[in-house]
Design a protein around this ligand. Structure first.
Ligand SMILES: [Zn+2]
Length: 277
């Protein structure tokens, strides 16, 4: 179970409507929404991995400490939520190191995992994997083995594995879960797809990943996805659809999902698979 801790105005779908330097002007709802998820996880007795955006961690240090003190895994969602392939290697390196040490100072423990903003590690910026490995990350969970307008490596390996970065370093990759249908990988890992598909379909796909493909799956969600009352942002029809579709159904579906499957942190699943020693 994983959560990408960011606020509703920071998502890539709204990047054209809300500039980074306007983030401060929006009502912050990330703490309340993360608390909602923490309560739900506690009720269901589930531990999760929280990939926290550095920008949020800097402003809400207490939230990071709370996540950690409740026994969840704290991991990194980068610092600025810019798409990595739009950044220079130098900017990416600096903010990656900065966000990792920011989290580590808050929790007093090593941060092992990383997830890129909008899964923005694609074939054109595999150098990001070198930088993650050099920065000391143990695992990455940013590669989506699908075709999509913003992200994805359609022919990437779909199961957790150790990969060799372009510079020859070793990094564990936990790709976002897909279900093979004919020639295509169907995204079934959470977020917008979880809100789009009827719940029985998500359950069917995830059960079949568990059973037929004999695999663990990764599920992801954002705190703003359990907040149907969030302030509305003006954007293109498609961006609004992606962001607002079925928000009001998300929390009850999530509750159902947690009854239907067993969940744990990314670190503990990868340890069970002997990928992390
Ligand atoms: Zn994100």
């Amino acid at each position: 179970m994983s959560v990408d801790v960011e606020d509703y105005y920071q998502v890539s779908a709204f990047a054209k409507s809300v500039a980074t330097n306007e983030w401060e002007q929006h009502e912050s709802r990330v703490v309340a929404n993360t608390h909602r998820l923490l309560e739900l996880f506690s009720k269901k007795n589930i531990k999760a991995t929280f990939f926290v955006l550095g920008w949020v961690a800097e402003r809400e240090p207490q939230l990071v400490k709370e996540i950690h003190s409740q026994g969840h895994e704290v991991a990194s969602h980068g610092f600025s939520h810019q798409l990595i392939y739009n950044q220079t290697q130098e900017v990416f390196r600096n903010e990656t190191i900065k966000s990792k040490s920011l989290l580590e100072d808050l929790i007093g423990e090593e941060v092992l995992g990383y997830r890129a903003a909008s899964y923005s590690i694609t074939k054109r910026n595999l150098w990001a994997l070198d930088i993650l490995q050099e920065a000391g990350f143990t695992y990455d969970s940013s590669i989506f083995p699908i075709r999509h307008d913003r992200y994805g490596i359609a022919d990437a390996k779909t199961t957790p594995h150790e990969l060799t970065t372009p510079n020859g370093g070793k990094l564990i990759e936990f790709p976002l879960t897909t279900r093979r249908l004919g020639k295509f990988n169907i995204p079934v890992a959470g977020g917008g797809y979880f809100r789009l598909y009827p719940y029985f379909l998500t359950r069917h796909f995830l059960k079949s990943v568990n059973k037929k493909q004999d695999e663990q799956f990764v599920f992801y969600l954002h705190p703003w996805e359990v907040d149907p009352q969030q302030p509305r942002i003006e954007a293109s029809w498609f961006s609004k659809f992606r962001h607002y579709n079925n928000l009001e159904k998300c929390e009850s579906r999530l509750s159902q999902l947690m009854d239907d499957f067993k969940f744990s942190t990314m670190k503990s699943v990868l340890t069970d698979m002997n990928l992390i020693k």
